[in-house]
Design a protein around this ligand. Structure first.
Ligand code: NAG
Length: 352
């Protein structure tokens, strides 16, 4: 059975299961979604605008393994909060406003995933810095020892330098290569962010905005990656004609709405709240008609069944066309994740 068809079967079982079976069913379900346990977001952070935008734009059913918004292959987008501390600067020179270690825990990226995009976002909560220019520099430390951290001038490489004035919107930096390197966790020593005030003027306003700056900065990292195990190389297209009504005991698609609240997932699944998953049910009688979309093999099997009913069962009523959905959720590290899952919705059923 395909993993995704398994998912729908598990989900229906999970909805019907009594409490004793629940844990096992749920574990299997979560595994199908790429999680090892049910996420319990402690302090869920707001969903980044960019992830909402991708979710709302919907999924390209013909190519669920491409993230059009970033023009790269991928079916997973994650947004990580920065976990690095501010670094006090001992030999502080007057113009330095902020020195901060940026660290993003990429351990959730699985080995089978290929990172295709990485972007650092620096957001300023207020636009109170008007009037003064600032210099922003991002360095990559080459050795992460305490000594090297203090001795920050020698053991680091400058990645970006950017000057700005009024800032209301976000600054974005391309970290694709760096994040690819960080998937080898030993290489992930984070980054050093420094913001200093421009020029020599020393007016009071500059210093006050400079000193408030640490609490105004919010940094996050976004990655796109491709999980090839959830991507079929080519998709067989069929015309989605509405199926004619079938007698109730004959193999057909049945409506099944899965509400994530019913499975107790409303705390960590952000969107959708639920979806129309459907399922296949019914008999595949002899002779198979065109309507039942039987495979050649199924047609032969019903024929043999009509001759030897004891030894050969009838074919099964199973999905013949499925479509993907996007899910937006918090993972076990409180990252916000958007993921395309193939074959989550049964569109058509037939005899196989
Ligand atoms: C980001 O950098 C990578 C190489 O480091 C490059 O291939 C890619 O095109 C860049 N992406 C954007 C959006 O500039």
């Amino acid at each position: 059975m395909e993993a995704s068809v398994l998912f729908i079967s598990l989900l229906s079982l999970f909805l019907l299961a009594d409490c004793t079976e629940l844990t096992f069913q749920e574990t299997m379900l979560l595994r199908a979604l790429g999680l090892n346990r049910r996420p319990q977001p402690a302090s869920p952070r707001p969903v980044p605008h960019s992830l909402w935008a991708i979710f709302e734009k919907g999924i390209n059913a013909d190519n669920p393994c491409r993230m059009e918004s970033f023009q790269v292959p991928g079916n997973i987008v994650r947004s990580y909060s920065d976990q690095g501390p501010f670094i006090s600067n001992e030999e502080s020179h007057d113009s330095l406003c902020v020195r901060k270690h940026l660290f993003f825990d990429l351990s959730v990226i699985e080995e089978k995933e290929e990172v295709t995009f990485g972007q650092l976002e620096i957001k300023f909560k207020h636009n109170t810095y008007h009037g003064h220019g600032f210099q922003l520099r991002i360095y990559r430390p080459l050795h992460m020892t305490l000594k090297a951290m203090r001795n920050h001038h020698t053991n680091r490489k400058l990645l970006f330098a950017h000057s700005f004035r009024l800032l209301h919107k976000s600054l974005h930096f391309n970290l694709t290569k760096v994040t690819q390197d960080w998937t080898n966790l030993e290489n992930n020593m984070g980054l050093i962010l420094e913001i200093s005030a421009d020029g020599e003027d020393t007016d009071i306003q500059k210093f006050s905005s400079c000193h408030q700056m640490p609490s105004f900065i919010h940094t996050s990292l976004l990655t796109v990656s491709l999980d090839p195990t959830n991507c079929k190389a080519s998709r067989t297209k069929r015309n989605a004609e509405p199926s004619p009504p079938t007698p109730s005991n004959i193999c057909s698609k049945r409506r099944l709405y899965i509400d994530f609240k019913d499975v107790g997932w409303q705390n960590w699944v952000i969107a959708p709240r639920g979806y129309m998953a459907n399922y296949c049910h019914g008999e595949c009688p002899y002779p198979l008609t065109e309507m039942l979309k039987g495979t050649n093999h199924a047609v032969l099997q019903t024929l043999v069944h009509s001759i030897e009913p004891e030894t050969t069962p009838l074919p099964c009523c199973a999905p013949t066309k499925l479509s993907p959905i996007s899910m937006l959720y918090y993972d076990n590290n409180d990252n916000v994740v958007l993921r395309h899952y193939e074959d989550m919705v049964v569109d058509e059923c037939g005899c196989k």
